[in-house]
Ligand binder design. Structure first.
Ligand SMILES: *[C@@H]1O[C@H](CO)[C@@H](O)[C@H](O)[C@H]1NC(C)=O
Ligand SMILES: *[C@@H]1O[C@H](CO)[C@@H](O)[C@H](O)[C@H]1NC(C)=O
Ligand SMILES: *[C@@H]1O[C@H](CO)[C@@H](O)[C@H](O)[C@H]1NC(C)=O
Ligand SMILES: *[C@@H]1O[C@H](CO)[C@@H](O)[C@H](O)[C@H]1NC(C)=O
Length: 221
């Protein structure tokens, strides 16, 4: 009974959130909704659970892994699925970085495309023909976010992630949710967009009980 009620409430909540304004950097693409607030000068977002299409790459290079992952997922949405369907492009391209242990150890990069709202159902999106692509649920997830503009790069994104980790460590109201050193990058723009580019790094966090929560909604449809 409790479960049904919760499911219903979250369905209503998501429905109302869809009507809200999406952030400008989504540029009218389907984009996951979130609530956000400022905690210790950091933006903290709460994402509900959503489906993502993902692929993992074991590599020493962020740039190389993202390129490989993007190409696999782009093929998938361009028709490499059992329905031969073209699936619309969404935003952002999310990359989860799980650093390898020890020197010269490869990291695991999981590159993900947000599943369009029409496929955010129990059936999910069309099944990929490639065994390297899987559908996964990400969230509910609280993340501390740092945003930056311009073109991103491996050195830039790593610099931002270090800065973010340091800011979270300095905060008395936030702590890291995972102790595996993992973090995310989110890219919102195709390479040909020259101005108004927007990039983010995320760290999964927990809020301490004395943090006051006054979230606002940011939706997308
Ligand atoms: C919440 O997100 C919106 C959209 O990105 C942004 O305009 C706003 O400044 C954010 N608010 C906080 C408290 O970070
Ligand atoms: C480690 O990364 C390198 C370079 O990115 C890649 O060529 C190699 O295949 C990776 N090793 C494994 C075991 O996946
Ligand atoms: C990369 O692949 C190698 C060989 O399969 C494995 O030993 C290593 O744990 C992998 N690294 C990561 C970070 O997944
Ligand atoms: C974190 O705190 C240290 C020590 O007070 C300070 O030097 C550093 O600049 C802070 N870092 C960030 C990103 O706020």
């Amino acid at each position: 009974m409790k479960f049904c009620l919760l499911t219903l409430i979250s369905a209503l909540l998501v429905a109302s959130v869809f009507a809200a304004d999406a952030p400008w950097f989504c540029h009218d693409l389907n984009c996951p909704v979130f609530t956000n607030q400022t905690v210790d000068n950091l933006e903290v977002r709460s994402y509900p659970s959503f489906l993502w299409s993902s692929t993992s790459i074991n590599s020493t290079s962020y740039d190389e892994a993202v390129m490989t992952g993007f190409q696999r997922l782009f093929d998938y949405i361009s028709g490499a699925n059992i329905d031969s369907k073209s699936i619309e492009m969404t935003s952002p391209v999310l990359v989860k970085v799980l650093p390898g242990t020890g020197p010269n150890c490869n990291s695991t990069f999981t590159v993900s495309f947000f599943v369009p709202f029409e496929y955010q159902t129990s059936t999910g999106p069309p099944k990929p023909t490639s065994g390297l692509i899987f559908t996964e649920t990400i969230g509910p997830l609280d993340v501390a976010v740092m945003s930056y503009d311009g073109f991103s790069s491996q050195s830039k994104v790593i610099h931002m992630a270090k800065d973010l980790y340091e800011s979270v460590s300095n905060s008395t109201l936030l702590s890291l949710r995972e102790d595996d050193g993992s973090w995310f990058s989110a890219g919102y723009d195709p390479p040909f967009r020259v101005v108004g580019r927007h990039n983010e790094v995320w760290a999964a966090v927990k809020l301490s009980s004395n943090a006051t929560i006054t979230p606002t909604f940011h939706g997308s449809s």
